[in-house]
Design a protein around this ligand. Structure first.
Ligand code: IPE
Ligand code: IPE
Ligand code: MG
Length: 254
């Protein structure tokens, strides 16, 4: 994606540090945002979709190439049925209302998570979003929907076992790179930065494999209030981090 590479480079040069290529966000705090205003939780989720629109735009402008958003976790099914229905309705509306706009903005949509068991219309909408935008060369928006990292690893293990059974994979050759190839989106690089909003400091079963060396930034802002300024301040924080990947940082001088 040469246009995205050029933008990433220009933005990194402007800011004086390497902009993360892949940012993943745990969009949390919709319910608390609503409760603080005496509003129903659903209103927090609706405002969360607006924050998502702003963030997709801001991420593209900042030269970020991949944006992963945690929109519904495997564990979120344990919420009251009315809230789950609300969230499913929002996803439907998001795809129906925003897909054309995302496509027009050259955004490529990918979906990770378990598709099995989703209602057929939702599964169809997710497939449609991926199919329509497959050839786009701008920002890649990875939607983690019905997603849990342990479940993703279990799926990968299952796919590996099936490949062994077909005689396509030799168990003795399985290494870290092999596991990566059997995950839901093997071609997408690991996130450089994982952001969680709302002050909670945990991963809640999000990208456990891929975030092995991600920088983690926790912000107090509830997701519906997240905007370009919040993203910029998180990017500055990322710029101050020293990524070592287990090695040593290159020393200048003696
Ligand atoms: C994040 O907001 C949205 C989803 C998990 C779908 P929450 O709904 O978790 O909001 P809080 O954490 O209860 O405030
Ligand atoms: C994580 O938030 C899931 C999403 C943002 C979709 P939760 O609100 O579900 O996480 P916990 O329950 O506080 O850990
Ligand atoms: Mg929450």
């Amino acid at each position: 994606m040469p246009d995205m590479d050029a933008k990433h480079q220009a933005q990194s040069q402007d800011r004086g540090f390497d902009i993360p290529r892949h940012v993943a966000i745990i969009m949390d705090g919709n319910g608390r945002w609503a409760a603080a205003r005496g509003l129903p939780r659903g209103e927090g989720h609706r405002r969360g979709v607006e924050a998502l629109r702003r963030t997709v735009r801001a991420a593209g402008e900042a030269g970020i190439q991949y944006l992963t958003i945690f929109s519904f976790s495997t564990e979120n099914w344990s919420r009251p049925v009315a809230e789950v229905n609300d969230l499913m309705g929002l996803l439907r509306r998001f795809v129906r209302n925003d897909l054309a706009d995302l496509h027009q903005k050259n955004v490529r949509v990918r979906v990770i998570g378990e598709r099995e068991g989703l209602s057929t219309d939702i599964a169809r909408l997710l497939a449609e979003a991926e199919d329509l935008t497959r050839g786009n060369t701008g920002l890649t928006l990875v939607v983690a929907f019905n997603y849990g990292a342990r479940q993703e690893l279990a799926r990968a293990a299952r796919r590996m076992c099936e490949a062994v059974k077909r005689g396509e994979l030799d168990p003795s050759s399985v290494d870290v790179e092999t596991v990566g190839r059997f995950l839901d989106a093997p071609d997408i690089p690991d996130p450089d930065l994982v952001i969680r909003t709302s002050g909670e400091k945990r991963l809640s079963n999000f990208l456990l494999w891929q975030s092995a060396y991600s920088e983690l930034v926790f912000v107090e802002t509830n997701w519906p209030d997240f905007d370009q300024a919040t993203l910029e301040s998180v990017l500055s924080e990322f710029g101050r981090r020293e990524r070592r990947f287990g090695g040593l940082v290159a020393q200048t001088g003696s």
